[in-house]
Write a protein that binds this ligand. Structure first.
Ligand SMILES: C[S@@+](CC[C@H](N)C(=O)[O-])C[C@H]1O[C@@H](n2cnc3c(N)ncnc32)[C@H](O)[C@@H]1O
Length: 302
């Protein structure tokens, strides 16, 4: 500060020492005030930033809830269009367009909230990944953003060929991605066209929650076949069938008669099926979705 005054503000010789000292002390005071204001502003900025962050998280979780409620209403609507006995497992082909449109945008939050916390506790080989059923690839996109540097090969697989066309557009130009439309039949389970041990990690999100026990049993045997030894499977499934889960009405075998279209499977069922096919259960986490404790994510190792 004194150097600054010497160079920039040369003082008249007559007034020299007292005048110079006065200005120096005023400037010092100004400097102190400036630092105080700067630090107050910094503090205020941090407060505003953290309260905005909290507000953002609240709004996002509210949006997540609204989108879940919306999906539930869509399923109820489907029920009014299809009175009488319906399928016990979802239509694999068309009819998902409204879901795809509505769910788009929720993926980052869902991956961060439901998938990563469980995966990040374990050392998982993400070299060759399968997303089944991928729909239009929204979860695949959010998942890939997190693990891109580990992934050499990533397959999006769904029975809906339009959804797979959407995946092709979505990941156009990225050679890591490959695509498969798997065949399905209402009364028959059809194996994947993947060779044995094609993948090191398979995951399924927001789809098998609707699958019947028979379909889960079949796909679990297929996942075991197409995974490498030491590979992992992450599966999001229903826990509605657990005796601890309370619903307004009787739990139905027709998945879309139940809250959130959940099939009447339980975490216990999935553990039983997985172990029967040779998997070890690494971890199961039950959480609220359609009703308290309606859902579960299970991590399995081959
Ligand atoms: C609710 S969407 C979820 C899609 C995606 N996981 C997501 O979160 O955006 C359910 C998907 O399951 C697919 N699907 C249902 N049963 C299937 C089966 N047996 N084989 C392949 N795809 C199936 C449907 O075509 C649809 O794309």
């Amino acid at each position: 500060m004194k150097n600054f005054l010497k160079n920039v503000l040369p003082l008249p010789a007559k007034r020299s020492v007292a005048y110079h000292n006065e200005i120096v002390s005023r400037l010092d005071l100004l400097g102190q005030q400036y630092s105080e204001i700067e630090s107050n502003l910094g503090q205020r900025y941090n407060e505003i930033e953290s309260s905005l962050g909290q507000r953002y998280n609240e709004v996002m979780s509210r949006l997540d809830l609204l989108s879940q409620q919306y999906r539930e209403m869509m399923l109820r609507l489907a029920l009014t269009r299809a009175p009488g006995r319906g399928p016990i497992t979802p239509d694999a082909g068309d009819g998902w367009d409204e879901y795809y449109d509505n769910a788009e945008g929720a993926e980052t939050l869902q991956v961060e909230h439901y998938i990563i916390p469980l995966l990040s506790k374990h050392t998982i080989p993400f070299n060759r990944v399968l997303d089944f059923p991928s729909g239009r690839g929204r979860i695949a996109e959010a998942f890939y953003k997190v693990y891109a540097e580990n992934i050499e090969y990533f397959v999006c697989c769904d029975a809906n060929s339009n959804a797979i066309d959407n995946c092709r557009e979505r990941f156009a130009g990225n050679d890591v991605f490959d695509y498969m439309v798997n065949k399905t039949h209402e009364y028959q389970c059809i194996p994947f066209e993947f060779s044995n041990e094609s993948f090191t990690f398979v995951y399924s999100f927001d789809s098998m929650v609707h699958f019947s026990y028979k379909w889960i049993d079949f796909y679990m045997s297929e996942f075991y076949r197409i995974l490498d030894n030491g590979g992992y499977l992450f599966i999001h499934h229903s826990n509605l069938g657990s005796p601890d889960v309370v619903t307004d009405n009787r739990k139905s075998e027709i998945y879309y008669e139940n809250p959130g279209g959940r099939s009447p499977n339980s975490a216990e069922d999935i553990r039983f099926i997985s172990e029967k096919h040779g998997f070890s259960v690494v971890e199961q986490n039950i959480f609220d979705w359609a009703v308290p404790n309606s859902d579960c994510v299970t991590l399995l190792k081959k």
